[in-house]
Design a protein around this ligand. Structure first.
Ligand SMILES: Nc1ncnc2c1ncn2[C@@H]1O[C@H](COP(=O)(O)OP(=O)(O)OP(=O)(O)O)[C@@H](O)[C@H]1O
Length: 544
């Protein structure tokens, strides 16, 4: 109601009734009056309907014919696909892991055109958005809107959704970062440009002026389990909670077999990309055998400085790299009809064929001369057919309202997915002969890869599962040694509606259920709670 009435021009949202808050960082000053600008946060723990609310808001913009005024962004492909939006990176026109930041020039007419009509920006999964990324987004909007850089987000209304106890950004610092401690420690040192930008972004977060907290659980229908998840959020699970979860460890008489329906179709959530890749390989081999098919594996075409790579050791190393290190183009991609897959690049944004879109692999179309059975990896059986020049894969989209494929002789929901090209860098020091290694120097190669932009989805990382509701899921709670993040336990456990919808892969330690939220997570949640009280007072009629 707050958002729709703001959109419809409610005076209460435009009179600047807020307390004046001035934040000065070096020479950058933001004034927190906002003059009617909505800088809103909608926090809510997993399953309280944040994505659902984004869909409802979208519908309102749609029925009132104002879709052109809004943009929806999320930090990861899957989270973006969940809300029919885009990843922040692709929206900023940047490649993942890119070393070259996009230059922002004032008066960039393309940028201004992109932003001219945008008045509302929705950002989902705020826990995974970093301050550096937010600062960049702010700079781009400011330039796009061609307004005073002191105006937060170029005057665009921003609505941020998420849950600070879920996954944090990978190469960035979270939005709740408290700089008051570190700045005192480093007071004698000058801040780097990056640190300044992070503080600027933090000052934007401090200007959130409306908060509506979602509290009613919409996903979990199992009350006892819901209470357990609530305790988990505080790091206060009891031994009884632990014993209850132990009843779901695989191998118990009360737990169904992973080989049988429905568990043989349930996605497996793991922590590491390497483990994910290996499990996907195993599942593909197993399913091909079940179907009496010989396994097909697409091989990526790698070149270095325009030349084909001849060195067998290097070829093997490149093909075995996890796709998280190769711009998400897999070296070896097994294909079995019926295999769940996820797109890893934006192919046609306007059609919703974006990074994160899921589907089912149906058929591979390839150059028949390019098939060999020379073994490329021990992970696959001897009779595996390696396809060196695939042309495209036919994918059945599981959820798409935008695509109506009218290709001759193809069913309407089958979409051809072509190959894509990306460049990535790889450190090859470990495979160089000892006499060629230079101490302290890394040997880095730039590799151009042409490959299918798909990965199997029998198994996904817990990080990628954030934001999804899963019918049945198999999870692991034996955390990697260096993990003390509550998200690593909370995210996988909160993907299902009932405890019986999950199986835990193996025995785990009680102490993982007692991981506490960090100080800055708690402080930010408290701050948002206070703002929620203010918002309720301001809009009392909607909170009765
Ligand atoms: N108002 C509602 N009425 C009926 N069902 C709802 C409602 N809101 C959410 N749901 C259902 O509850 C489940 C969880 O909702 P949703 O995915 O929107 O939660 P979320 O807060 O985004 O979770 P997460 O933090 O894990 O991303 C979904 O299956 C959704 O369809």
């Amino acid at each position: 109601m707050i958002i729709t009435s703001h959109l419809d021009g409610d005076k209460r949202c435009h009179t600047g009734m807020f307390t004046l808050q001035v934040v000065i960082i070096r020479n950058i000053m933001f004034i927190g009056d906002n003059d009617g600008q909505l800088i809103m946060c909608i926090p809510g723990c997993g399953g309280t309907g944040k994505s659902q609310l984004i869909r409802a808001i979208t519908k309102y913009f749609f029925v009132t014919k104002r879709m052109y005024m809004m943009r929806k962004l999320a930090p990861t492909g899957i989270a973006a696909a969940e809300i029919d939006g885009m990843t922040i990176h692709s929206f900023l026109g940047e490649q993942r892991n890119s070393r070259k930041p996009r230059t922002i020039k004032p008066g960039d007419s393309k940028l201004e055109k992109e932003w001219r009509l945008v008045e509302y920006l929705i950002i989902d999964e705020m826990s995974m958005v970093g301050l550096t990324l937010l600062a960049k987004l702010n700079r781009i909007i400011s330039a796009g809107k061609h307004v005073d850089p002191q105006i937060p987000f170029g005057g665009v209304n921003v609505i941020i959704f998420g849950d600070y106890l879920q996954y944090r950004p990978v190469y960035d610092v979270p939005l709740h970062t408290d700089f008051s401690l570190s700045s005192r420690k480093k007071s004698s040192k000058l801040l780097t440009e990056k640190e300044i930008q992070q503080r600027v972004a933090r000052s934007l977060i401090l200007q959130i002026n409306y908060v509506v907290k979602l509290t009613q659980q919409m996903r979990t229908e199992d009350l006892q389990y819901l209470q357990l998840l609530e305790r988990l959020r505080q790091g206060q699970c009891t031994y009884d909670d632990y014993e209850l979860l132990l009843t779901r460890v695989a191998g118990q008489p009360s737990v169904g077999s992973l080989k049988e329906h429905p568990w043989n179709k349930a996605p497996i959530l793991v922590f590491r990309n390497e483990v994910r890749t290996q499990l996907n390989y195993k599942a593909a081999v197993h399913n091909a055998k079940q179907l009496n098919h010989s396994l097909m594996v697409c091989v990526a075409q790698d070149t270095c400085k325009g030349r084909t790579i001849e060195d067998q050791i290097l070829i093997k190393k490149l093909l075995e790299l996890p796709d998280s290190k190769t711009e998400h183009l897999p070296g070896l991609l097994p294909f079995v009809p019926g295999m769940p897959v996820i797109l890893t690049q934006n192919i046609a944004t306007e059609l919703g064929l974006i990074n994160g879109t899921s589907g089912i692999f149906r058929q591979l179309v390839y150059d028949t001369d390019s098939v060999s059975t020379d073994m490329l990896s021990e992970a696959f059986p001897n009779n595996t057919q390696y396809v060196h020049r695939p042309l495209y894969a036919l994918i059945e989209l599981t959820r798409s309202s935008k695509i109506e494929c009218n290709l001759e002789q193809l069913e309407p929901n089958l979409v051809p997915i072509p190959l894509m090209e990306q460049t990535f860098r790889v450190d090859i020091t470990d495979i160089l002969p000892k006499d060629k290694r230079k101490s302290k120097h890394k040997a880095i190669l730039s590799i151009k890869r042409r490959a299918m932009t798909l990965v199997p989805a029998y198994c996904i990382t817990t990080h990628k599962s954030q934001g999804q509701t899963l019918n049945k899921v198999v999870i692991d709670l034996k955390l990697p040694n260096d993990t003390d993040d509550i998200a690593a336990v909370y995210v996988p456990l909160s993907r299902v509606k009932r405890l019986v919808d999950l199986i835990i892969l193996r025995h785990f330690d009680y102490k993982v259920l007692t991981i506490k939220p960090s100080k800055s997570q708690l402080a930010e949640m408290e701050r948002l709670d206070k703002l929620y009280l203010d918002t309720q007072t301001r809009f009392s009629q909607w909170f009765q």
